[in-house]
Design a binder for this molecule. Structure first.
Ligand code: SAH
Length: 204
């Protein structure tokens, strides 16, 4: 998977490739879909949600420009897979999920893998998590019509907000960089995510 679907499609950050190789995706995928754990596709994880396609997880991680010293906020814990990949690379990760059951299950998986530098929170991630701001990167793994203002506010100078923006059906992946003079948008192709459910984004 790492060689063909990730490096083969242009993911070049060695830290990202190493993290993707070290996290066992089968631990984040339902029992009856184990045979698809390393296929490059999203899979259902219950509660009408999905674990993202490995290529997209790698791409979002690369676009976040993280280093060992980074402090990262993820919105949409879901299975906890993207959280685990980030936790392998950076110092501290906070991840917010609105569905308590998914967060609890993700917490068990991370614990079983000995990942201790990720803090899982329950709530509306579109509001961010002010207590630990600013963040060097914020990764939103659900689609929004526009970047929620609280997330832009909680980004450090030089930090990146990685977020799929568009409507419910199709989106473009953005990496929004905060500079000393404002925000600079970079785009990275089209993608398809479940909606970010929030008064700041899409209604349930
Ligand atoms: N990163 C996940 C992908 C999860 S899919 C993984 O690697 O498995 C997106 C997740 O975002 C879903 O679990 C959904 O419940 C969650 N979500 C949607 N709107 C949210 C919001 N406003 N705040 C927090 N989580 C939200």
């Amino acid at each position: 998977m790492v060689r063909k679907d990730l490096a083969g499609r242009g993911i070049s950050d060695k830290r990202v490739l190493a993290a993707m190789a070290s996290v066992p995706r089968e631990r984040f995928v339902p029992q009856d879909l184990q045979h698809l754990a390393y296929a490059d596709q999203p899979l259902p994880i219950g509660c009408d949600q999905t674990i993202s396609q490995p290529y997209i997880v790698a791409l979002m991680t690369e676009l976040a420009h993280v280093t060992r010293r980074s402090r990262v906020l993820e919105i949409g814990t879901g299975s906890g897979y993207q959280t685990a990949v980030l936790a392998k690379i950076v110092d501290r990760v906070w991840s917010i999920e609105r569905i308590q059951h998914l967060s609890r299950e993700a917490e068990k998986r991370l614990h079983a893998l000995g990942i201790a530098n990720a803090t899982l929170l329950i709530g509306d991630g579109a509001l961010g998590y002010r207590d630990s701001a600013p963040y060097d990167a914020i990764i939103v793994t659900a689609a929004a019509p526009h970047s929620p203002q609280p997330l832009l506010d909680q980004l450090a100078i030089g930090g990146h907000l990685v977020i799929p923006l568009g409507d419910r059906a199709v989106q473009v992946l953005y990496s929004v960089e905060r500079t000393t003079s404002g925000f600079v948008d970079h785009t990275a192709g089209s993608c398809r995510f479940v909606p970010l459910v929030s008064p700041q984004a899409f209604e349930d």
